[in-house]
Design a protein around this ligand. Structure first.
Ligand SMILES: [Zn+2]
Length: 299
């Protein structure tokens, strides 16, 4: 999965732990410094975390864990987790190696699968938060992710709560084959039921939002926001170029490109993401009040 993303961003260097500072300087512990993925500058890890993992120099938005994202967007102490008792299986019998990887990612992320769901408040507005976890198998969507997304959206519909979806995923989980693909339609149906319940569905696309996730519940928000420079798309750049035999623009498959072409509503810096969500939630709660006044019957 990681090699897939490496191909997607051929022009950008990878974020790597810098075990040493080049040109013969003394060694520093690898976990103290990271190299910016956007401009290659070594940054003190603590400073990067204080800046919400955004590079001061070039503005590159590095990936956040789902719990960091939760802390960024919701009011402290307001989160109540849902469905933490659903665990992934190995339906196509990929064997021990795959199961070891799942167990390793569970330990690393503190999650049962690549998704964190629950209720929380954002500046006092109660919402259902659905946050994907890239550090669990590349945020891949398998049966557990699909089921948890569906349950969270159904809860939001039942209680008429806004659903906030943060996507960060390479797409469907290949090791679950058709079971992963079935999640596309299941989750989309849940989004439609949320709409019928007149509860808003707000999507925040982060880097990367690709393939089966981009093609399902990420793309059908009432409001779609994205972080700057996020890779968004269905197929990889090379595949498309080879298929249509044309060179694609340099900013192809970035959030800025998608906004320019009307696919997403706004590219928002991480620093003002929570404030923006609050404004959107204020807007929707005012709309709800208006809708409560009886409408004239059609003639
Ligand atoms: Zn940078």
């Amino acid at each position: 999965m990681s090699s897939f993303f490496d191909k997607l961003r051929l022009t950008k260097p990878k974020l790597e732990k810098t075990g040493t500072i080049k040109s013969g300087k003394p060694k520093v512990p690898g976990d103290l410094w990271v190299k910016c993925k956007g401009c290659d500058t070594p940054i003190y890890r603590k400073v990067l975390e204080e800046k919400l993992k955004v590079c001061d120099k070039c503005g590159f938005h590095h990936k956040m864990t789902s719990f960091e994202r939760l802390a960024l967007l919701t009011d402290p102490g307001s989160f109540e987790e849902m469905d933490s008792n659903i665990f992934p299986v190995d339906p196509l019998d990929f064997g021990e190696e795959f199961q070891v990887k799942l167990a390793r990612d569970q330990k690393k992320t503190g999650l049962n699968d690549a998704l964190l769901t629950g209720t929380a408040t954002i500046e006092g507005h109660k919402v259902v938060a659905i946050i994907m976890e890239f550090f669990f198998r590349g945020g891949s969507m398998g049966s557990v992710v699909g089921e948890k997304v569906t349950r969270a959206l159904e809860y939001a519909a039942e209680h008429k709560l806004p659903a906030i979806m943060v996507t960060c995923s390479g797409g469907a989980r290949m090791q679950e084959g058709v079971f992963s693909l079935m999640q596309l339609v299941k989750t989309n149906a849940a989004v439609i039921r949320l709409g019928e319940a007149k509860a808003p569905y707000i999507v925040i696309m982060t880097d990367p939002t690709t393939a089966g996730v981009a093609a399902s519940y990420a793309a059908i928000g009432d409001v779609i926001l994205a972080e700057p420079g996020a890779i968004i798309g269905f197929s990889g750049r090379r595949v498309i170029e080879q298929t249509i035999r044309q060179k694609l623009p340099a900013d192809f498959q970035t959030s800025e490109f998608y906004m320019k072409h009307g696919f997403i509503d706004r590219v928002i810096h991480r620093r003002i993401l929570k404030r923006t969500l609050e404004r959107i939630l204020n807007f929707y709660s005012n709309t709800d009040e208006k809708e409560q006044t009886p409408e004239k019957e059609e003639a």
